[in-house]
Design a protein around this ligand. Sequence first.
Ligand SMILES: Cc1cc2nc3c(=O)[nH]c(=O)nc-3n(C[C@H](O)[C@H](O)[C@H](O)COP(=O)(O)OP(=O)(O)OC[C@H]3O[C@@H](n4cnc5c(N)ncnc54)[C@H](O)[C@@H]3O)c2cc1C
Length: 398
Amino acid sequence: MSRKTVFIAGAGQAGAVCAMALRDKGFQGEIILAGEEPHAPYERPELSKKLVSGGRSLADVTILDAAKAESLGIRLLTGCTVSGLDRDARKVGTDADSFSYDWLVLATGGRARALPGAALTGLPLVSVRKAEDAEQLKALIASSRSVAVVGGGWLGLEAAASCRQAGLEVDVLEMAPRPCARVAPPALSEALSALHAANGIRLHCGAGFSFVPGGIRLADDTALTPDFLIAAIGMEANDGLAAAAGLATDRGIVVDSQFRTSDPSIFAIGDCAVATQSDGSRLRLESWQNANVSGLAVACQITGTPLPAPEPLWFWSDQFDAKVQMAGSLEGAEEVILRGSGTEQMAFHLTGGRLIGAWALNCARDFVLARRWLAQGTRLAADRLADGTQPLKACTAA
Ligand SMILES: Cc1cc2nc3c(=O)[nH]c(=O)nc-3n(C[C@H](O)[C@H](O)[C@H](O)COP(=O)(O)OP(=O)(O)OC[C@H]3O[C@@H](n4cnc5c(N)ncnc54)[C@H](O)[C@@H]3O)c2cc1C
């Protein structure tokens, strides 16, 4: 039997995890991991956190360096853009070469959404998606006194916190009435607003603004004249290669629950994939956990090894000294029980007596328990849960 080849387009977190998991699961064939960035695969979360505020370097967040790739027999091609896909011939083309594949894994991630109109300000503008962006942000912070962050989602708030920790005056502009409104429940948004206000960040939510030469004009006519701008208005999936090859796309590469595209020999994983849910809706997850889970799931399918048990979705964010964590579903619960207050609080979303979702601010230990309950479908005693004097572990139903 000829040696099989898995070609992975995109050497970010999902691609690297998939390549390593293939070897771990006993794949004997050739693995080619091709990424357009000049770096070995690295994890992005610290780009808006300690890579900017200090304490971590790119080497610290590298997942698969050249030596490790070689030892695993993974052919790692950096600075290599995959520019063409011929599905009939099962070939991909790069700038310099073409490669045949038996399985193709698309792991092309996303790019920062452009901020329309910002050029009018004439100010330096940075978004945070790649290692170079973090370097640029660090340099701007070092030479500036103030910044306006456009976008009050996770990334915007993290970047704002990093700038504030470096001593800058910080304004955050968010179109929605509250920060992280797309995914966080109102109580969590409120806690985040309080955290940022307490640390001296001016958060402008729900108000329009316009770019003007030299800065930003708020709807109430207040003029902001920051030294530079950060664009943090979300990402767009890199699905152009897939779309050009006739694969289904819908703000991402459409996959089923097992990350299979409309072509049986092609998978899509991580941020570039959009999964069709049982109700027909489509969900794109942009998280560290999803990059890992999808990379591993595809390696299991290619090697014919059992898939790991599904785990509840979870996500974290670090802002100032606060750790924010969310898991499960935070929408549509019958009952929401809040424990704690201020900078240490946790919410339990219950339906039918079972936990369907939870979030925590600086309650990392209790959050571990909540994730376990979510995975096990544990029934909880709402009255004990609501009584903050009861230890959390005593709150399961008899
Ligand atoms: C600043 C920042 C902070 C984050 N913080 C958190 C956090 O706190 N918690 C959390 O859960 N998640 C966080 N995330 C999200 C998490 O990092 C992403 O979900 C994860 O990186 C997705 O991995 P990926 O491999 O799908 O995409 P990526 O890591 O983006 O990798 C995709 C790679 O493919 C390459 N590529 C694209 N097109 C091509 C092509 N045609 N040919 C070759 N290569 C190509 C890209 O250059 C890139 O290197 C953060 C993300 C960012 C940007």
